[in-house]
Design a protein around this ligand. Structure first.
Ligand code: CP
Ligand code: NVA
Length: 309
């Protein structure tokens, strides 16, 4: 399975361009087999994958759980609230116990440091199922969807709204794939400077471009892809009032969509707060691919697990 075997996937930066392309190829093959009626493949036969959650989830939990099953393995759902962690056991000890039982860990955590600690103390692959810093499996799946819809070529991809975990992974992976990625966020809610700088460097290497354009109307001009995410991520509930004041100009509505290319695709990782960051008309409209995105999580994460675990 090559260089990915046994590695962690905590950040898009853990992957090379070649790794990403390998994931896309296998995902395409697994998806084709699935549609041809072969729903069970043997890549994880006899293996157990722990699915560890500190936060709620619909898509990530279901797509990983079903994905491990379809690869012939056993998905072990672990809710942090129901573990001894809740009573003060450390992540370090939890990691050292988990590695004795399972073959890989997918974890959704509040702090990215928790993932780093899991990866340090469990000598088995750890996959990021969302942290405060990144959501790499989401974004790898989303580029697979973009390529399915538009072909593998340089595209103008515009992200509107909060410079959050999804935005960070989107700009890093876009850079690695040589895309032109624009992030349009209010100035106090931009992605972290280090992420933007790394993305700009990578984009330069792969022939793309990463830019920050604060004005959403200017940013969306002639876009091939418009992507948005919630204004209030899990763990930021206390900032609700201030965020609801700052973000309305970035709402993905028909006015902004009309400035993009006619065949623009509309993306959202979901769950959406309809009427906040995106209108019903846009998310339910003909250009929206949000449910194809959700579906592709299954096929792409199966490829990720097959290659890593
Ligand atoms: N997009 C995504 O990760 O959805 P869930 O929070 O439902 O897992
Ligand atoms: N940015 C959102 C993504 C949810 C899938 C959050 O972190 O809550």
């Amino acid at each position: 399975m090559g260089k990915l075997k046994g590695k962690n996937l905590l950040s898009i930066l853990d992957l090379t361009r070649e790794d990403l392309e390998k994931i896309f190829h296998l995902a395409q093959a697994l998806k084709a087999e699935y549609y041809a009626g072969k729903k069970i493949q043997d890549y994880l036969r006899g293996k157990t994958v722990a699915l560890f959650f500190e936060k709620p989830s619909t898509r990530t939990r279901i797509s990983f759980e079903v994905g491990v099953y379809q690869l012939g393995g056993y998905p072990l759902y672990l809710n942090a609230q129901e573990m001894q962690l809740k009573r003060g056991e450390t992540i370090k000890d939890t990691a050292m116990v988990l590695e004795r039982y399972v073959d890989g860990i997918m974890a959704r955590v509040f702090s990215h440091n928790t993932l780093l600690e899991l990866a340090e103390f469990a000598r088995i692959p750890v996959i990021n199922g969302l942290s405060d810093l990144e959501h790499p499996c989401q974004i790898i799946s989303d580029y697979f969807t973009i390529i399915e819809k538009k072909g593998f070529k340089k595209l103008k991809i515009v992200y509107l709204g909060d410079g959050n975990n999804v935005a960070n992974s989107l700009i890093l992976a876009g850079a690695l794939l040589g895309m032109n990625v624009i992030c349009s966020s209010p100035k106090d809610f931009l992605p972290p400077k280090e992420i933007v700088e790394k993305a700009i460097d990578l984009a330069r290497k792969y022939g793309g471009k990463v830019e920050i354009i604060e004005d959403p109307k200017e940013a969306v001009k002639d876009a091939d892809v418009l992507y948005t995410d919630v204004w209030i991520s899990m763990g930021q509930e206390e900032e609700r009032e201030i965020r609801k004041k700052v973000f309305p100009p970035y709402q993905l509505n028909m006015n902004l969509v009309s400035l993009a290319k006619e065949d623009v695709i509309i993306m959202h990782c979901l769950p959406a707060h309809r009427g906040e960051e995106i209108t019903d008309e846009v998310i339910d409209g003909p250009n929206s691919v949000v449910f194809d995105q959700a579906e592709n999580r299954l096929h792409v994460q199966k490829a990720i697990m097959a290659l890593i675990i």
